[in-house]
Design a protein around this ligand. Structure first.
Ligand code: FES
Length: 431
């Protein structure tokens, strides 16, 4: 199923690597995070190669709703309470800066960047919205409370961040990659002392490596399989639905999200942990039938997101004692904004500048025991479950996903087609 972006933009194609090469920085993974890292590094004069195992933006960047905002659900009240004012403030500042970086970049490259207000709304819990407003006030950010939202159902209100943005991810990516050295169909198997090794046994030697492969593929370091899981969410594009004039997400986990894209309205929702049951497109279609009965669905697609246990992405050194290897992952459904945060932090780090935000996103930061234990128990249950279909990543039992006709892994989110082809990592092999 093609997303609206993929229907509108054909990404440029690049060759497969056919020889051993050397570069200053190898970026592994050709989604928005990897592309932005390569682009900013190249602009700073660093020689950079980007290697993508499939096609550029063929995984999640092509399937995002492409909201660019520093408002990530009702996050700041939780961050202030659990991580403290300093961390919450730096997280906010990093994301506000990312929004402005997109605005500048899109203007420079001639790609659309539309200023839009972003809202988190609630249908019945004004208290949660008020707590978020309180946390934002403490952080010195002027959010507004609004009870007149352009949604087709009644809400108790919404927290508004003014002047955020929305982009067309493939239009922007297609412009960014024009001047980059890119190899497609060039999957990286491992990073050895002598360089990164491709699926075909070619070597790319580099001084530094950035792993931007959505879910990091290297299990030996960093323990990402313990501190992340994946979530699927669904989207439909409607023609003939009223413009909501903003970007909206529900504070409730099973709610809907909205944004316009030209003459279309994108409605998202139906999400669930990968490998579990959820509302999928059916829930979206029921909603659209009720609230937009005259609108026509023009396309539908699904996205997959890496979720961290403290709701903060992992951006920085892949592992504490692993020099020269960096990663950017765990974007918690805010992939476009977090990709820019990652590009800013990793470019600074590689250039030897101190990023003011690096500490907040450090992948080696301490994790709370409760969420770690719960995530570990979930994986353990699926490891012990009886099933003939086992995931080649770490051996968990796969579940059949009837809505998408795929075998999905509830442990860390790898997915496979009915024929066994790899659809989503961290697995690197087909069934
Ligand atoms: Fe890790 Fe399946 S994705 S075991």
């Amino acid at each position: 199923m093609l997303s609206l972006w993929a229907m509108q933009t054909q990404m440029p194609r690049f060759p497969k690597l056919q020889e051993d090469i050397r570069t200053d920085v190898l970026v592994i993974g050709g989604g928005m995070a990897g592309i932005l890292c390569a682009w900013f590094l190249k602009r700073a004069g660093v020689e950079c190669v980007l290697a993508e195992g499939g096609a550029l933006c063929g995984w999640n960047t092509g399937n995002t709703t492409a909201k660019v905002t520093s408002q990530h659900g009702l996050l700041y009240d939780e961050l202030v309470r659990k991580e403290g004012m300093e961390t919450a403030g730096l997280y906010l500042a990093a994301n506000l800066s990312a929004v402005e970086q997109y605005a500048k970049l899109c203007q420079k490259l001639g790609s659309p960047f539309e200023r839009r207000d972003s809202y988190v709304y609630s249908v019945n819990d004004q208290g949660r919205l008020e707590k978020e407003m309180g946390a934002l006030e403490k952080l010195g950010y002027r959010a507004q409370f609004s009870d007149a939202l352009r949604l087709p159902f009644s809400v108790v209100g919404g927290v508004r961040f003014a002047d955020q943005g929305q982009i067309d991810p493939l239009d922007l990516a297609s412009r960014l990659v024009k001047d980059l050295t890119v190899y497609e169909r060039t999957g990286i198997r491992e990073i050895a002392k002598e360089g990164a090794v491709t699926d075909d046994g070619r070597r790319i030697e580099a001084d530094q490596y950035i792993v931007a492969t959505h879910f990091p593929f290297w299990n030996r370091h960093g323990l990402y399989f313990m501190k992340m899981y994946q979530q699927r969410s669904y989207c439909i594009a409607l023609e003939g639905a009223q413009d909501v004039e903003g970007m909206y997400v529900d504070e409730a986990a099973n709610g809907f999200s909205f944004r316009s894209a030209g003459r279309y309205l994108l409605v998202g929702g139906g999400g669930h942990r990968t490998g579990k049951e959820g509302g999928c497109w059916q829930q979206l279609r029921q909603f659209a039938g009720r609230f937009y009965p005259k609108a026509k669905e023009v396309c539908s697609w699904a996205a997959q997101d890496c979720m961290t246990l403290d709701r903060i992405p992992y951006i920085g050194r892949y592992a504490k004692h692993l020099p020269g290897v960096w990663t950017a992952t765990g974007f918690n459904k805010w992939g476009m904004t977090s990709s820019m945060v990652a590009a800013q932090i990793l470019t600074d780090e590689i250039l030897g500048k101190e990023s003011p935000f690096a500490r907040v996103f450090d992948p080696s930061r301490a994790m709370r025991k409760g969420p770690l234990l719960r995530n570990g128990m979930e994986a353990a249950g699926n490891l012990l479950a009886l099933s003939k279909k086992r995931c080649p990543h770490l051996g968990c039992a796969l579940k059949w996903n009837g809505a998408e006709h795929s075998w999905d892994c509830p442990c860390h989110g790898s997915r496979f087609s009915a024929e066994g082809m790899l659809l989503d990592n961290p697995a690197t092999d087909k069934l």
